[in-house]
Design a protein. Structure first.
Length: 392
């Protein structure tokens, strides 16, 4: 499957096109990949935080559910509440809060929330008690990422308090989970250590008498690289969008990038040899050439560090960016090829025919593909299409 978006909507200067068929394909493909490893197969959580990594949280969640995602994961309560208000009815987990967080709005919407500490557990239990309901809570153990999560030292106290709150009817502990630091480096010794700490934490949970529905540790990279940490569920973010969770490590996973960024050439002109381009004159033409002006820049979330480095796809070839990428626009080198204003440039997309991908942009600016797609936005319009069903 490698759908190509249609050309921009009439009049669109520059736009993000997201193929929901690619999202569905990737969710199904990840399910296949994780089932190959252990036959029963873990449940699938699709992670749609940060507006679905820039792809549109609601649309991605809907496509993922259609493809069989059992859970949707987001970072904040606000995101989870927005999903419910957008009519998502399945299981939803969120995991990042601050004191005073509006747990009540999550509890009344049947959202599973996370407790990483005794204080958080108490706040959640109190909110449920005030509502006269039971909160669904998942306990997070810090197995070595040292970000959120409860330390192993405090774990027995947290699990005991959770059991007491469960017996009092204020909470139901639905899950136990953690997050890996180095899942994209399968040989890194931290993986073994974190897996062991997680198993030890699960033993404590069992001794305490808690009976969680789901135990989960794997992100996208671990889902495809480390079957021993699948447990009951995997949490797939980046791979659901068709991007490689561990570039250079994984084999071809058969995923399809869902986001294409395209723009229409604003202007085409000849540049004489010796002339220089854009702010700071950081590129000078050695010979006469044709320049195309692309009307998107760091105001649309493109990295300025791509100046003089990244390439785009135009008329069947990669074309280099020349000079500084500006707030609203940048310039590409078309050599002696013919081009007309209004023609479509693909900044990145599925990688069809060797075209440019978000991964390519990430590599030239020294970041990860996550950051490229998540930052894209600003003034761009975003259009969701369904290459299996016609435009939606
Ligand atoms: C973002 C996130 C994920 C998804 O990670 P990917 O690498 O995008 O698959 C999973 N779990 C947690 C806790 C996260 O914050």
């Amino acid at each position: 499957m490698s759908a190509r978006p249609t050309s921009p909507e009439q009049g669109a200067r520059a736009e993000i096109v997201v193929d929901l068929a690619a999202i569905r394909h990737n969710v199904r493909r990840l399910r296949e990949l994780t089932r190959a490893a252990d036959r029963s197969g873990p449940k699938m959580m699709t992670v749609v935080k940060a507006d679905g990594y820039g792809h549109g949280m609601h649309e991605v969640a809907r496509a993922a559910r259609e493809a069989g995602a059992d859970w949707i994961g987001v970072a904040t309560i606000d995101e989870a509440v927005a999903l419910r208000d957008g009519h998502d009815r399945g299981r939803v987990l969120c995991w990042l809060g601050v004191p005073g967080e509006d747990y009540a709005s999550a509890i009344e919407r049947d959202i599973d929330v996370t407790a990483s500490s005794l204080d958080q557990l108490r706040e959640i239990a109190r909110a449920a008690e005030q509502q006269g309901t039971t909160a669904r809570v998942q306990l997070k153990i810090d197995t070595g990422l040292s970000r959120s999560g409860c330390t192993s030292v405090d774990w027995p106290a947290l699990t005991t308090a959770a059991r007491d709150a469960e017996q009092a009817g204020h909470v139901r502990v639905t899950g136990i989970w953690s997050h890996l630091a180095c899942a994209d480096e399968p040989e890194h010794p931290a993986n073994d250590r974190q897996e062991q700490v997680f198993r030890d934490a699960l033993a404590v949970v069992e001794e305490t008498g808690l009976t969680p529905e789901v135990r989960h540790l794997a992100n996208s990279a671990a889902s495809v690289l480390r079957p021993s940490v699948h447990f009951d569920m995997v949490r797939c973010g980046i791979a659901s969008y068709g991007l490689d969770p561990a570039p250079g490590v994984t084999e071809d996973l058969g995923l399809v990038p869902a986001m294409t960024l395209q723009a229409r050439l604003s202007l085409v002109k000849r540049l004489a040899a010796g002339e220089s381009v854009s702010y700071g004159h950081r590129w000078t033409a050695e010979q006469e050439t044709t320049l195309g002006l692309v009307p998107a820049g760091y105001g649309e979330g493109l990295p300025r560090a791509a100046s003089n480095r990244a390439e785009v796809w135009f008329n069947g070839k990669r074309r280099p960016i020349r000079g500084t990428l500006c707030m609203d626009q940048f310039v590409i080198d078309l050599g002696d090829d013919h081009a007309t204003p209004g023609e479509v440039v693909e900044l990145f997309g599925t990688g069809h025919d060797g075209a440019v991908t978000a991964q390519d942009w990430a590599e030239v600016v020294g970041t990860i593909n996550y950051e490229i797609v998540t930052q894209i936005g600003g003034r761009l319009s975003r259009r969701h299409v369904d290459s299996e069903a016609g435009a939606s």
